[in-house]
Write a protein that binds this ligand. Structure first.
Ligand SMILES: [Zn+2]
Length: 198
């Protein structure tokens, strides 16, 4: 009864920290992780979008919509700057893509997003008839694909979306963690300054 296919990629991207020092162990290291897979390449572009969102003071989440191997929409999280609760990366990428192909249905498209989509975005993915969703990090606090809810697996909804998760998940997660860490530090610094003034 499993209508949709879940592909979980092996952990993490290559970085100096987790790159196994093959020669020291006398074995050449062949890394089969999908660093240069098409999915990873598009996810890197979604990560660029996420980075821009972070620089703008938004929670760093980015999305890219691909159809026929071409990017037709990009989006970054912008609810604060747009004063719009629906201005999530996925929604903005879907809007741009739909406008470009002049169709609110986007069958055969693949949506790449750095963080597991929320309830609203998962709903939009279903509305748009997106064919495939690829996300990086899981969102235990708000994810509607596998964490809090499994909306795309609900057999009562008749559209099926193929899901791949864990693509560049370390980078996606690290970007978010760094953002929140820096924000906490800024808040602490501001509090300290207030205390000193007070
Ligand atoms: Zn969302």
């Amino acid at each position: 009864m499993n209508f949709f296919k879940r592909i979980r990629h092996p952990e993490g991207p290559l970085s100096p920290g987790n790159f196994p020092a093959g020669k020291e162990y006398g074995e050449p290291t062949i890394d089969l992780r999908p660093l240069d897979s098409e999915d990873a390449q598009f996810m890197r572009i979604a990560l660029e979008e996420a980075g821009m969102a972070g620089k703008e003071g938004e929670v760093p989440i980015g999305a890219v919509l691909v159809l026929g191997g071409e990017i037709i929409g990009r989006g970054r999280n912008r609810p604060i700057s747009m004063a719009d609760p629906s201005a999530h990366a996925e929604i903005l990428a879907l809007r741009e893509g739909a406008a470009r192909v002049k169709n609110y249905r986007l069958p055969g498209s693949t949506l790449y997003v750095t963080l597991e989509p929320c309830v609203m975005c998962t709903g939009a993915i279903l509305q748009a008839r997106v064919g495939r969703l690829v996300f990086g990090a899981e969102d235990p606090k708000g994810g509607a694909v596998s964490s809090l809810f499994s909306l795309l697996e609900d057999p009562r909804l008749n559209h099926r979306v193929e899901v791949a998760s864990g693509i560049l998940q370390e980078e996606c997660r690290e970007l978010l963690q760094r953002f929140f860490r820096e924000r906490r530090q800024k808040n602490l610094t501001a509090e300290n300054a207030e205390d000193a003034e007070g």
